[in-house]
Design a protein around this ligand. Structure first.
Ligand SMILES: Cc1ncc(COP(=O)(O)O)c(C=O)c1O
Length: 375
């Protein structure tokens, strides 16, 4: 397994002094209140191992949040586990449920850890493409990919890298398809609070026929601008949570204590996550408006903090280099780092599309737009 493209592009951006719109992380600070809560938790002595499934107040706060937003009650003791970010959550789920030789369906393009994680669990990756251009799920293809060996399907909405958001009808269709099977669902919802008008997030936890078979994965890193803290949660029915925790206890065992207590208190106010769509929608609009003055063709930006663009109409000959080489050239010569869409496909499928992250200060976005306008 090689080094991820995210690390490669971030290192290149730093080396050549490019504006880094590659890797998905904010270049602004989180709420100082949250930092103060961590300090307070440390001063109060929350510095030793918490219980294996996570600090009780955080699990309780998450349970209440899911109930309020998605109308499903997960029992804080037996159905919610705190993880070291979504990445550890997903690996742990796969290690817990996949037997060697089981098939796991992923919808490509997909987040880069899924495929190696399935391989690490001994599973067989079954790739189903999302529709090129719109990145919408193709349910005929999904249905025909299900076999008696299918153990799980991994979905991600809002979707990284495309920004596509699953509709209510999509969730219903998946529920219908899975109803006749024993297939488990892994629903990666780390961008749940970044969905833009008029759409809304439809969590697997809202659909009884999905929730009963689902591991629902969230991440505080995305929601509270603290990607480096690496804290997330998994909500799943107790039988699935029991299996999950068998691996979790020998994999990470526990997640750092003071941050869990801080998050528990911070969650008491729903304001910060309820205001997040407006916060990012404004940035998305600023970035999209700027890009309309360039030759990049904008793809839809329904959710997440990513904006994908087609490079086919650019006036520079480098547009023909292929996405990956183009991104390297763009960082070195134009001073903006992006991620090639091909990095999210197992076979490196190249469709002349690259991904920018707009979780950046306005001045960073404006500098990037100025540079991109040259193309
Ligand atoms: C779709 C998706 N899933 C999972 C993750 C990982 O989240 P975490 O930082 O909480 O491990 C990311 C991070 O970029 C992501 O985009």
């Amino acid at each position: 397994m090689g080094t991820t493209i995210f690390s490669v592009m971030s290192a290149l951006a730093a080396e050549v002094g490019a504006v880094n719109l590659g890797q998905g992380f904010p270049d602004f600070e989180c709420d100082p209140l949250l930092v103060n809560q961590v300090t307070l938790a440390m001063q109060e002595g929350h510095n030793q191992y918490p219980p294996m499934p996570g600090a009780a107040p955080l699990r309780e706060a998450v349970s209440q949040k899911i109930k309020a937003l998605y109308d499903r009650h997960y029992h804080a003791n037996s159905e919610i586990t705190v993880t070291a970010g979504a990445t550890q959550a997903i690996l742990t789920i796969l290690l817990a449920v996949v037997h060697p030789g089981d098939e796991v369906i992923v919808l490509e393009p997909c987040y880069d850890s899924y495929v190696p994680n399935i391989a690490m669990a001994g599973g067989i990756v079954v790739r189903v493409p999302l529709t090129p251009g719109t990145f919408r799920p193709d349910f005929n293809k999904i249905e025909s990919a299900i076999t008696p060996k299918t153990r799980a399907i991994l979905i991600n909405s809002p979707h990284n890298p495309s920004g596509m958001v699953w509709r209510h009808e999509d969730m219903l269709k998946l529920q219908e398809i899975l109803s006749a099977t024993q297939v488990l669902l892994i629903s990666d919802e780390v961008y749940e609070h970044m969905v833009y008008e008029p759409l809304k997030h439809h969590s697997a936890s809202s659909y009884p026929g999905l929730a009963e078979r689902a591991f629902v994965v969230s991440s505080f890193g995305k929601t509270f601008h603290v990607t480096g803290w690496k804290v997330g949660t998994v909500a799943a029915p107790s039988a699935l949570t029991t299996e999950f925790r068998k691996v979790h206890q020998f994999n990470v065992f526990t997640v750092n204590t003071p941050i869990q207590h801080a998050l528990a208190r911070y969650l008491a106010d729903p304001g910060p996550y309820l205001e997040l769509p407006n916060f990012y929608q404004r940035k998305r609009d600023l970035f999209r408006d700027g890009l309309t003055q360039t030759k990049f063709r904008l793809l839809p930006g329904e959710g997440t903090y990513f904006q994908c663009v087609d490079i086919s109409e650019l006036s520079v000959p480098e547009k023909n280099l292929g996405e990956s080489e183009f991104c390297k050239w763009l960082a070195k010569e134009i001073g903006v780092a992006a991620i090639p869409m091909s990095a999210f496909y197992g076979d490196g499928f190249d469709q002349n599309v690259i991904r920018f992250c707009f979780a950046k200060q306005d001045k960073t976005l404006n500098t990037a737009i100025e540079r991109l306008a040259k193309l």
